[in-house]
Structures are given as structure tokens and as C-alpha cells.
Design a binder for this molecule. Structure first.
Ligand SMILES: NC(=O)c1ccc[n+]([C@@H]2O[C@H](COP(=O)([O-])OP(=O)(O)OC[C@H]3O[C@@H](n4cnc5c(N)ncnc54)[C@H](OP(=O)(O)O)[C@@H]3O)[C@@H](O)[C@H]2O)c1
Length: 265
């Protein structure tokens, strides 16, 4: 699918980070945007800074009615949806035994249910047009999960299996799907937990820029790529883990220290 003037793109989690960077890139190409998140002030400030006219969609992706209302509002205002990006996500890192049921449920609601609710609400519009593209922002943690990110990784792996199956299911419909597996990207994802990130986590100033990922996502949609891995090391880790989890343990220990894979099998 070519992205240009008039492309109608709805992005969840557009107020910050990867979603915001994608909105900026798409607006630069003349797209009409549906900017969805809970923080309407941030969305409004973003919309005001972008060329073109954009739609602010207040929604909580974990709430099916809320996300459906946002998707319907955008589709009826613009007459359709060409690009649907399920990007909104949250983390709560920490030892699983210390995580609260509320944190577990929140990650599941936003990352997993948020994704399926978004796609479930938008897909009939794309299928009705027999054209369009879905993007699902998963994580490297969906390819190989880490200590202290067991639930987060599980929600990201759920997105992966959902998206991989759906890409096949959509074959021949005119609608396609690209999975995105980011590594550590400089965003506000961990801002609420910076003081208690695990030892293996590097992130911070070493993290890759969100605008570079946004450009890769747009290229991938235009080429109908199955997946984007960024930085590329994420792909190496996923491949290695698929071939031999033991080898990927060793690789991670060499890369991030013993905290990344403490058990030696
Ligand atoms: N940054 C990384 O290193 C990294 C790595 C791998 C994968 N990812 C994935 O990339 C995606 C984007 O994350 P990010 O790094 O850009 O994080 P971010 O800077 O914290 O942005 C997250 C976005 O999601 C929105 N959001 C959170 N809860 C929501 C809800 N209930 N309903 C609607 N919107 C909600 C936030 O807006 P409001 O708070 O205003 O609602 C915000 O716009 C996530 O799925 C994340 O798992 C990130």
C-alpha cells in the first residue's frame, strides 16, 4: 500500500513515543490521522503541530466500547480507514511474585485486549473497502521474554501469534498486516518505573530513536513486509531463540550479563 496524501491512518497510543513519531512521519506524507489515546491534551498539542487536519480520538483501548466508538468516529468522519495501527501499550516490570493482580490485568487489558479490540473494530471497515493495512506493535519481548517481564512478554507474544495468524487469514482480501518488534526505543514507556528497572535493561540514552522506527514501519507497510525488527539485533535474538533457547541464553548473558538469563540449563 502506498502512503501519501489522503491516506487515512488511525493510530492508538499516538500521544507519545512510537505512536507519536509515526503520526509525525505520516502527517509529513500528507496522511489524515486519527490520533487515539487517553491524554487528549497531548493529542491536541500534537495535532496542532502537524500539517493537515487530524482527528483527536479519546479512547481507552482496554475498553471495547471506547475503542469501537473511536474507530467508528474516525471512519465515519473520513469515509474509511486505510491504515490501522494497534500500538498503545504499557509495562510493569518487576519480579512476578511481587506484581499485583491489577498490574497483570492492566497489561493484559491494554496490550492484548487493546490490540484485538482495535483490530476487531477496524477490520470490517478495511475488508469492506477490500483494501488497507493493519500494523501491530508487539516487542522483541514477544520473541524472547526476560526475567521481570514475564507478563509483559506474554502479552507481546499473544500479539505476535494473533498477528501472524491474521496475516494469513487476510490473504486475498486486499487487506494485509505487518508485525513490529521493537527493541529498546527511546520513549516514555518506562518513565514510571525508571528507578526499578532490571539490571539487564540498558534503554535510556542508548535506546534507538522512535522516529527511525517510524520510518521503518512506513517502509514495511509500503512493501507489505511481514515484520519489522528494529534494531536488527532483535531479529538475531528471535532467530537464535527459535533455534536454541540455550544458545540465546548464552548470547544474552554475553550481551547483558547474568541477570538477563540467570539459570544455566
Ligand atoms: N519503547 C520501547 O522500548 C518499546 C519496546 C518494545 C515494544 N514497545 C511497544 O511500543 C508500543 C508503544 O510504546 P511506547 O514505547 O511508544 O510507549 P509510550 O511512550 O509510553 O507511549 C504509549 C502510548 O500508549 C498510550 N496508551 C497507554 N495506555 C492506553 C490505553 N489504555 N488506551 C489508549 N492508549 C493508551 C499512551 O497514551 P495515554 O497514556 O495518553 O493513553 C501513549 O500514547 C507499546 O505497545 C510498547 O509495548 C516499546
Amino acid at each position: 500500500m502506498e502512503i501519501g496524501t489522503g491516506t487515512r491512518a488511525l493510530i492508538t497510543g499516538a500521544s507519545r513515543g512510537i505512536g507519536r513519531a509515526l503520526a509525525i512521519e505520516l502527517a509529513g506524507r500528507g496522511a489524515t490521522l486519527g490520533l487515539a489515546a487517553r491524554s487528549t491534551d497531548e493529542l491536541r498539542a500534537l495535532a496542532d503541530s502537524l500539517p493537515g487536519t487530524h482527528h483527536i480520538l479519546r479512547c481507552d483501548v482496554g475498553d471495547e466500547a471506547s475503542v469501537r466508538e473511536a474507530v467508528d468516529a474516525f471512519a465515519s468522519a473520513t469515509g474509511g480507514i486505510d491504515l490501522l495501527v494497534a500500538n498503545a501499550g504499557i509495562t510493569h516490570y518487576g519480579p512476578f511474585r511481587d506484581q499485583t493482580a491489577q498490574q497483570i490485568r492492566q497489561m493484559t487489558d491494554v496490550n492484548w485486549y487493546g490490540t484485538v479490540f482495535t483490530v476487531h473494530a477496524g477490520l470490517p471497515v478495511l475488508l469492506g473497502q477490500a483494501a488497507g493495512h493493519v500494523v501491530i506493535v508487539s516487542s522483541g519481548a514477544g520473541l524472547r521474554s526476560f526475567p521481570w517481564a514475564a507478563v509483559y512478554g506474554a502479552t507481546k507474544a499473544a500479539q505476535r501469534m494473533f498477528g501472524e495468524a491474521l496475516r494469513h487469514e487476510l490473504s486475498g482480501t486486499g487487506v494485509s498486516l505487518t508485525m513490529v518488534y521493537p527493541g529498546e526505543i527511546a520513549t516514555s514507556l518506562h518513565d514510571h518505573e525508571k528507578d526499578r528497572m532490571p539490571e539487564w535493561y540498558r534503554g535510556g540514552p542508548d535506546a534507538a530513536p522512535a522516529d527511525a522506527l517510524a520510518k521503518k514501519i512506513i517502509m514495511a507497510v509500503e512493501k507489505d513486509s511481514r515484520a519489522v525488527h528494529f534494531p536488527l539485533l532483535v531479529k538475531a535474538l528471535g532467530v537464535l531463540h527459535g533455534v536454541s533457547p540455550r544458545l540465546s541464553d548464552r548470547f544474552l548473558r554475553a550481551l547483558r550479563g547474568a541477570a538477563a538469563a540467570p539459570r544455566v540449563d
